[in-house]
Design a protein around this ligand. Structure first.
Ligand code: NAD
Ligand code: TDX
Length: 332
């Protein structure tokens, strides 16, 4: 393995992975990214040109995808429409990219017998009760709730079928909620941090008792690299760092870190079909592949993320007004 094709490498988690790979390995990377509203070429601009090539294009463009996959050793597939709220208002791009785009990549990987790693989410498993002692494992049945998570579930099942029916050398990982630098301001944590910077009160959906299992994007990257290096073909690995927090507690921490009173936020209309709780049991990844997360202190990671958004306003500012205008149409 010396050349990686990273789809969605100009988005939040894909770009964190590209930075990680360039920093930690001597691999060369080609990024294929459509640069939708969620992609940003500038996120990769500090990286060395001799290690990184960038191709703007659609993962559903079969001709382009075939040419790129033919010239790579491994495909690491991050590209997706990724925001649940958007999927509730306009599901079509989710079907096009998450299902048809993944299909297009799988067919190219099959034709050229290229190793494939599929990035997915814990949301494919649906949600848990707050007091459920069980967490998601690799054998939890699929039960997705939203158009977003159902298209991710569909893409996972395509990958499994290509492994079984065509012998594709593929692995899948399902990760919990990521946070860290370069996350789009539509998502929960950066939205609230940038609202506070703008003097706007954070917006909590419903009562805010919904629990997410937070992991730093760097830990997601180290887990994916571990799977590429040591994972068994045909296997699924859950990635999580034991970071359960409810949304109310996260908003209060952000306010406290940013020097505001902890009650200075508003409750807004809840998300339709809102998943209550996600929680990952990552025992398999830890015991079979020896992976451990490095960012175990969520509060410290959140402080570093607040600092990053304060120091990188030029990166997020161009997206902020349009993102909030979109939320205004739903009262959120
Ligand atoms: P993101 O929305 O920040 O980035 C997605 C990237 O994909 C963007 O750069 C966008 O331009 C690109 N893209 C979209 N459609 C494309 C297409 N048709 N062709 C080529 N490029 C296209 O998303 P993210 O939060 O970085 O998520 C990346 C992956 O990780 C997704 O597969 C997502 O399902 C998965 N995931 C995300 C989380 C999370 O907490 N954000 C957790 C688990 C898994
Ligand atoms: O303004 C907000 N207020 C609020 O209370 C926003 C934007 C969100 N929320 C809540 C909804 C969720 O319970 O915060 C929680 C996190 O919301 P998102 O950032 O939209 O993430 P989530 O829906 O949990 O999905 C994320 O994790 C799994 C990613 O967006 C997905 O791509 C990933 O698969």
């Amino acid at each position: 393995m010396s050349n990686l094709l990273v789809t969605g490498g100009a988005g939040f988690i894909g770009s964190n992975f590209v930075h990680y790979v360039i920093r930690e390995t001597d691999l060369n990377v080609t990024v294929l990214d459509k640069l939708t509203y969620a992609g940003n070429r500038a996120t990769l601009s500090s990286l060395p040109e001799e290690r990184l090539s960038f191709v703007q294009g659609d993962i559903a463009d079969a001709t382009l995808v075939d040419r790129l996959v033919e010239n790579t050793d491994v495909v690491v597939h991050y590209a997706a429409e990724s925001h649940n709220d958007n999927s509730l208002h306009d599901p079509r791009p989710f079907v096009d990219t998450n299902i048809l785009g993944t299909y297009t990549l799988l067919e190219a990987a099959r034709r050229h017998d290229v190793r494939f790693h599929h990035i997915s989410t814990d949301e494919v498993y649906g949600d848990l009760e707050l007091d459920d002692p069980e967490r998601f494992t690799e054998s939890t049945p699929y039960n997705p709730s939203s158009p977003y998570s159902s298209t991710k579930a569909g893409s996972d099942l395509l990958v499994r079928a290509w492994v079984r029916s065509f012998g594709l050398r593929a692995t899948i990982s399902n990760c919990s909620n990521n946070y860290g630098p370069y996350q789009h301001v539509e998502k929960f944590i950066p939205r609230q941090i940038t609202n506070v910077i703008d003097g706007v009160r954070p917006r909590l959906y419903g009562e805010g008792l919904n629990v997410r299992d937070w992991i730093h994007a760097n830990d997601h990257s180290s887990a994916v690299l571990t799977i590429l290096e040591r994972g068994d073909v045909g296997e699924t690995y859950l990635i999580g760092a034991d970071g359960e927090q409810n949304n109310k507690a996260v908003i209060e921490s952000i306010l406290e870190i940013m020097g505001e009173t902890t009650g200075a936020y508003d409750h807004v209309i809840d998300r339709s079909g809102h998943d209550l709780r996600y929680a990952i049991d990552s025992t398999k990844l830890r015991t079979a592949l020896g992976w451990t997360p490095q960012y175990s202190d969520f509060r410290a990671g959140l402080e570093a993320t607040v600092k990053w958004y304060r120091e990188n306003e030029a990166w997020w500012r161009p997206q902020k007004a349009a993102t909030e205008a979109k939320y205004q149409t739903t009262g959120q």
